[in-house]
Unconditional design. Structure first.
Length: 416
């Protein structure tokens, strides 16, 4: 399918270059060319999209999602079959696309089958970059057994957030197993978390030897390790062991910032998830204990973002919203905009995210030959980030895999 976009005000995130009255051609899902002024006669049929002076930019990337966690009701979730879990996950992926996310990175839960279904167009949704199951130590952030529960973790074939692996050999085996199943990265849970029942936020999980074993496996597979971590003891140990990316990082210190910069590593803050859970209170599905833990990390989140931004850390967009709160996926833009200039926030969800995902030159840019993951917006997000946050008003079309999803349509497009 051919698509031609005319009267566009293009935004190239990496360079910040803007072009007015520009046109772009999309052929077979890729950007085939473009220019400024009057375009040449199109060859063959094309759907013409008149951007009417609105912004055309690369589609967004959310680098921290959990597609399979579409409910926070753990008792109900325990009754879901793999098929039901997957159908719900793909439906939520479709909603993400309609918010403007053309690529999402799942960091716990999604699998090869879901990525394949999306790639084959069996379900409408973003490109899915997945890491399979997150690795947790016994009693760590991925161990949801109650204290009285002595059952052995099993059933690794079920879609689930995490798997338990203790010791260097078990971690090595679990890493190899996730890469065998096609994981694009490996996620490790290396500090306490909000939702897990039996750990403190400041708890350090895994030893540097175990993390190092996972890093070596990842590097051998040309992949990388990313870690869930809050406390600097956990963050710094993981960065010294060679992990490439830190999720959350709310409590990071100066040493964490130094290591992030020195290693050219990435930080994915997920501040909206704390705000959304805080506002929802017990309706978020969190227990009393978890709501207390939430306060510890929520209070520090903005300071961490500010320090990282000032130091020039590679910042990437992430939302980490679970269940019904996923509807607030775009609100992280508003939060980041309180600290960072709009173009920096846009880069975190496009060009910098592409570098983290090792998809540079394929997504996050308008360059010819790249995937045509495009947004057609009414308004200019570089002037006002709220243009991205209210798709029902400003996001006219999402272009992905050669197809156009009309979001806030105002008519006026023609096919010739
Ligand atoms: Zn996490
Ligand atoms: Zn998460």
């Amino acid at each position: 399918m051919r698509i031609r976009i005319i009267n566009a005000h293009t935004l190239e995130p990496l360079t910040g270059e803007r072009q007015k009255r520009a046109w772009l051609d999309v052929v077979d899902g890729r950007i085939a060319g473009g220019g400024v002024g009057t375009p040449p006669e199109p060859s063959g049929d094309a759907r013409i999209i008149d951007a009417r002076g609105g912004t055309v930019m690369p589609g967004l990337v959310d680098a921290h999602v959990h597609l399979t966690v579409t409910s926070t009701d753990v008792i109900d979730r325990a009754t879901w079959t793999p098929g039901y879990t997957t159908v719900r996950a793909l439906q939520s992926a479709g909603e993400m696309l309609r918010r403007g996310f053309t690529t999402v990175r799942d960091v716990g839960g999604a699998d090869y089958g879901m990525a394949r279904a999306l790639e084959e167009g069996l379900a409408v949704g973003p490109r899915l970059i997945f890491g399979g199951k997150a690795l947790s130590q016994t009693g760590g952030h991925g161990d949801f057994r109650a204290p009285l529960d002595d059952s052995q973790p099993c059933c690794q074939h079920k879609p689930d957030f995490g798997r338990i692996a203790d010791g260097v050999e078990a971690v090595r085996h679990a890493a190899r197993d996730e890469f065998r199943k096609g994981a694009h990265h490996l996620k490790m849970l290396v500090s306490g978390g909000v939702a897990s029942p039996s750990d403190e936020i400041s708890a350090v999980q895994y030893t540097s030897e175990e993390i190092r074993a996972a890093v070596v496996e990842a590097e051998n597979h040309n992949r990388y390790v990313t870690v869930h971590a809050y406390h600097p003891r956990a963050v710094n140990q993981a960065l010294r062991a060679g992990v490439r990316c830190v999720e959350h990082g709310n409590l990071i210190d100066e040493e964490s910032i130094r290591l992030l910069v020195e290693n050219d590593a990435f930080l994915v803050p997920t501040i909206i998830t704390y705000e959304a859970m805080y506002e929802a209170g017990s309706a978020s599905g969190l227990s009393e204990v978890s709501l207390k833990k939430l306060e510890e990390v929520r209070a520090a989140a903005m300071h961490a973002l500010e320090q990282a931004h000032r130091a020039g850390v590679n910042l990437v967009y992430g939302s980490d919203l679970l269940g019904a709160l996923q509807a607030r996926q775009l609100d992280e833009f508003t939060i980041r905009g309180r600290i960072q200039p709009p173009l920096d926030v846009i880069r975190s969800a496009t060009s910098t995210a592409a570098r983290l995902l090792k998809l540079e030159g394929r997504i996050g840019t308008l360059a010819p030959g790249t995937y045509a993951d495009l947004l057609v917006l009414d308004g200019d997000p570089e002037q006002d980030l709220s243009v991205l946050v209210s798709p029902e008003r400003h996001l006219r079309h999402v272009i992905h895999q050669g197809a156009v999803t009309d979001v806030a349509t105002h008519g006026n497009d023609t096919a010739i």
